[in-house]
Write a new protein. Sequence first.
Length: 473
Amino acid sequence: MLLTISTTHRPATDLGYLLHKHPDRVQEFAQSFGTATVLYPEASEERCTAALLLEVDPVRLARRRGRETPDFSLAQYVNDRSYAASSLLGVALADVFSTARSGICKARPELAEQALPLEIAIPVLPCRGGAEIARRLFEPLGWRVDAEPIPLDEGFPAWGASRYLRLTLHGELRLADALSQLHVLLPVLDESKHYWQGPDEVDKLLRSGGAWLAAHPDRTLITRRYLGRRGGLTRLALARLAELDDTELDDTGPDAEVGEEEVLQPEERRVPLNRQRHEAVLAAIAELGARSVIDLGCGPGQLLDRLLKAPGIERVAGCDVSTRSLQYAARRLHVDRMSERQAGRLELFQGALTYEDPRFAGYDVAVLMEVVEHVDPPRLPALERVVFGAARPGAVLVTTPNRDYNVLYEGLTGRRHPDHRFEWDRAEFADWCARVAATHGYAVEHRGVGDVDGTHGSPTQLAVFTRKENADD
């Protein structure tokens, strides 16, 4: 299979820095199922194209079959493996471009965070559901999708189209986001992910999906296809995604196709923890009588949407380090259709919470909802200084997972989200809050969010910091 990534960003050869592959070299990468080759068919200041060519070795693929892998009998030796090749292309892409997919570029760090004009083309791609499915999956992510069905036989047009597409995507995204989306959606398109999946597959999906999957209108379809109809893993993934968005866990629709025993009855359905967090934060904001609120690390804008509808709040701001998340937020809030008065109440801007920024200051309440655990521990003092020391809002609301509660999550073997740098237990969070409050002149109150367990507490911890009147200097 062949995949090409092109850009017209000037200079276009910066693509080589982002992919960590030099345009002047042809590089081969051995895979357990074949060979992946990276080369540049064109590399000029105006346009640069990187090509990933995957050659699948069916014999090597068959010989690597583990003891637990089902025996496909003679089918494992069939040379035409196009039905599985796109899934393997996703695996090769994740391996060959692993550093680029993580968003790391020491040579051009500012470029790694920049949305670039990208064109991604796959000349032959199996797609169950045809062009409509390709558009459903990619258009909500900001891509312009050209999906041309390939005839079953050009000599016999009456036979109609095959299940293969010529797919071309155009858009402005961070390269890391584009690669992560491809890694997830390539096996979703062909729905034939023929390699062994373990319990850590849910973590892999969440690590690659991040915020874009939680906000995707077809996340149930994506999750089910990615996990290969394994109902238990699908339910676990959807439950964890529900914590990242304000939607009910829904795996009972036409795209779910889970076993009858997996379906929750209406009386068993619970309000998603993420919604409970939002309700707790909004209640605290109302208690404080805030008229202006800034959401630091606003993500795709769930809380901003609620704040704009809350009575008494006259000014709302959302800040995030990810331009893609801000684009999602603008779309969710329908910024393009806002009246002048409504638009005057809202400000969205990009910023890093570890660097002082005058735009952070001047608000009654600042919210750090599920943010601190995404910050590397050595960077936390910088965040504390920026938020509590420089911006100094009247109150700061901080929510973070309670690690004590993790033992109650079935199937959870590590942290709740792959991007979490740490998770505090209740004692660790209390110590951090006490130190920050004493250092910067705040009082702090602790609350729990979610179902309370007598031994392990609540799943989410909420701290309400209020600035002391005599600590304004």
